[in-house]
Design a protein around this ligand. Structure first.
Ligand SMILES: Cc1ncc(C[n+]2csc(CCOP(=O)(O)OP(=O)(O)O)c2C)c(N)n1
Length: 626
């Protein structure tokens, strides 16, 4: 796919000599490449289409990378990639070993930050500007933040500090009125009264109230100048506004109005999320992916609505992701019991604690990767107070093309550290509903975590699902005990089949609860020559580590291990202690040995080593984690 003016841009310096008509052509070229590439690979579409002119203007005014551009979240930096020497590799976007979906320091010196969690850019910019001031470095620092990301507490913490120290950071506020859904913010409403009037009229003025205080005075009070609002699709206007702000040498906000999805009608018209992020599609005729089988998210969505119809105390909270977390049907059925709090996970969790204190039964629907930001709140505000908050953790495990910051691999290890927290890991849709019912009936903190994708179907009538707080034995064998959590139960069952083919008899347990571990499971695992645990989270401190601990403790109880006098060795399979790159989740799991073949191979290898130990030494010496 060739793209006229864009193909001539090797670095930002090539942008400076373009005539006005060429700039228009360049913007059109970029949009074409964005649509075609995201259609092929999936990715962030609406946000990138809206930031094309802004990116061109930034790179014409600034001298990157001497001047630092820090993209908040980084999901909107595709045009930045195209203009900073990555045009040729762009078709590999989000593919294994290809370009990443966010800025990435290994890819380019123009990229500073690669964490892709929202609301951090102002803090990075503050730090960079402080370091540059100390070093006498003349490079300027610009943070580009969306109105959505500006709802996160860290953004305000950074802004407060930038103003207080008078650091010459320019904060470009890319205001398209949306996070995924319309942004929950009186501040950006105050800055964009016209846009807000339109939205309120469309929505029947659902959340009215007095006129909010004026935005510029808010910034002035913090010691930050305000420039704008500027038309975010007019390169000349943007350049002039940016130059003014940079020339002042003062902390400044440059307020830019953009349209999310600009130039692609299906994105502009998508009320749900302006095609913020999409799976691959046919570029000429966009259609949402057809789903035949329900995902875990869909099962949760329906189960929660059913539970809420029975219990009026149930309320649901999202941190700016109502549709992606499956809360849209709840919001429609119970608008007064639904809370979008903005991109503010910490606030979401503590707000849930407050609601539970007030007698409600809050459910926080959140992605695994974003929950970890609120761990202190989970530990102290929910855990210490023993409050009945239910954390419903989606996109757990290896998620795939979004890379290291989006894999949900820490939740089991971290949630397990919170005293009094029950942690459920459903391995099927039916079990998810059973666990949600159990969690909502528990007068203490609970978490359920599940992966993205289709829910395993174990039939109707509950025959294939577990109940209460019991683990479930799927197969009874003699040689090795496979203990699996959540989605890896299916892989463990497959491994047992492969082992049977080579004459190894395997037991398979579905843990169901990662915390507390069911005593029956521990007692049964203890009678095998080898235990292999499997989870799609970090090996260290996760579900497997809990099984090791439980086996070790039961070995100290007389008769705790039946007729064995030492706990069997345990192989703990999971995600290693490193950041896992982006790629196809099925391939990543297989590379990590977390599929049927990998589990079977680990079990055979473990058994061989145990047998060698038994032959040449004391079997009890094998009782460590292999
Ligand atoms: C801490 C955190 N929570 C949630 C997300 C998921 N997320 C990615 S982009 C986004 C919306 C961002 O809105 P905005 O900053 O206005 O950028 P836009 O896409 O509208 O340009 C959200 C909620 C995230 N990246 N980080």
């Amino acid at each position: 796919m060739s793209a006229g003016v864009l193909d001539g841009i090797r670095s930002p310096a090539d942008l400076r000599d373009l005539a006005d008509n060429e700039l228009d052509e360049l913007a059109a070229d970029i949009r074409r490449v964005l649509i075609d590439t995201v259609a092929a690979n999936g990715g962030h579409l609406g946000s990138n289409l809206g930031a094309v002119e802004l990116t061109i203007a930034l790179h014409r005014v600034l001298d990157s990378p001497t001047d630092a551009i820090v993209w908040d979240t980084g999901h909107q930096a595709y045009a930045h990639k195209l203009l900073t020497g990555r045009r040729a590799r762009f078709p590999t976007l989000r593919r294994a070993r290809g370009l990443t979906g966010y800025p990435n320091r290994a890819e380019s010196p123009h990229d500073w930050v690669e964490n892709s969690h929202a609301s951090t850019a102002l803090s990075y910019a503050y730090g960079l500007a402080a370091a540059r001031r100390q070093a006498g470095h003349a490079g300027r620092v610009v943070a580009v933040v969306g109105d959505g990301a500006l709802t996160g507490g860290m953004a305000y913490e950074g802004l407060n500090n930038i103003g207080w120290r008078g650091l010459p950071v320019v904060v470009v506020l890319n205001d398209n009125g949306r996070s995924y859904a319309p942004t929950v913010s009186r501040l950006t409403e105050a800055l964009s009264p016209l846009r807000v009037a339109g939205r309120r009229a469309r929505e029947g003025d659902a959340e009215g109230g007095d006129a909010p205080p004026s935005g510029p005075s808010f910034f002035a009070a913090l010691g930050v100048d305000y420039h704008g609002p500027l038309d975010g699709h007019d390169v000349a206007a943007l350049e002039s506004g940016l130059r003014d702000a940079l020339a002042s040498g003062r902390p400044a906000v440059v307020h830019v109005l953009t349209r999310k999805g600009r130039g692609f009608p299906p994105a502009e018209d998508d009320d749900d999320k302006c095609l913020h992020d999409v799976a691959p599609f046919r570029p000429r005729r966009y259609a949402p992916p057809a789903r035949t089988r329900p995902r875990y998210t869909d099962v949760f969505s329906e189960a929660l609505v059913r539970a809420a119809a029975r219990d009026p105390r149930i309320v649901a909270i999202t941190a700016a992701m109502p549709s992606s977390t499956g809360l849209r049907p709840f919001a429609e059925a119970f608008p007064d019991r639904f809370f979008d709090v903005g991109i503010a996970e910490q606030h979401a969790v503590t707000a849930a604690a407050g609601m539970a204190m007030g007698g409600l039964r809050p459910v926080v629907a959140i992605y695994s990767s974003f929950l970890t930001r609120a761990l202190d709140q989970v530990n102290l505000d929910v855990g210490l107070h023993r409050l009945p908050v239910v954390l419903c953790v989606d996109r757990a495990g290896i998620t795939g093309p979004d890379g290291p910051s989006h894999h949900g691999v820490l939740d089991l290890a971290l949630l397990g550290r919170v005293p009094g927290m029950t942690v459920f890991a459903p391995s099927s849709g039916a079990d998810l509903e059973a666990m949600l019912t159990e969690a909502l009936a528990t007068n203490a903190p609970c978490a359920l975590r599940w992966p993205s994708g289709t829910a395993r179907d174990v039939g109707t009538g509950g025959a294939g699902a577990g109940n209460g707080r019991l683990a479930r034995r799927l197969r009874a064998g003699r040689d090795v005990c496979l203990v699996a959590a959540g989605p890896l139960v299916e892989a463990a069952d497959e491994a047992a089949g492969l082992l049977e083919d080579v004459g190894v008899s395997a037991t398979v347990w579905d843990m169901r609860l990662v915390k507390p571990v069911d005593d029956q499971l521990v007692a049964d695992a203890g009678r095998h020559r080898l235990v292999v645990t499997v989870e799609d989270g970090v090996r260290e401190g996760g579900a497997g580590a809990r099984v090791v601990d439980a086996l070790g403790r039961s070995a100290l109880i007389p008769g705790g291990l039946g007729d064995r006098d030492a706990a069997p060795p345990v192989v703990v399979l999971g995600v290693p202690d490193s950041y896992v790159a982006h790629g196809d989740p099925v391939v990543i799991r297989s590379e990590l040995g977390l599929d049927g073949i990998g589990i079977a191979a680990a079990a055979r290898d473990g058994l061989r080593r145990v047998d060698r130990q038994t032959e040449f030494g004391d079997v009890s010496r094998a009782s460590a984690m292999l």
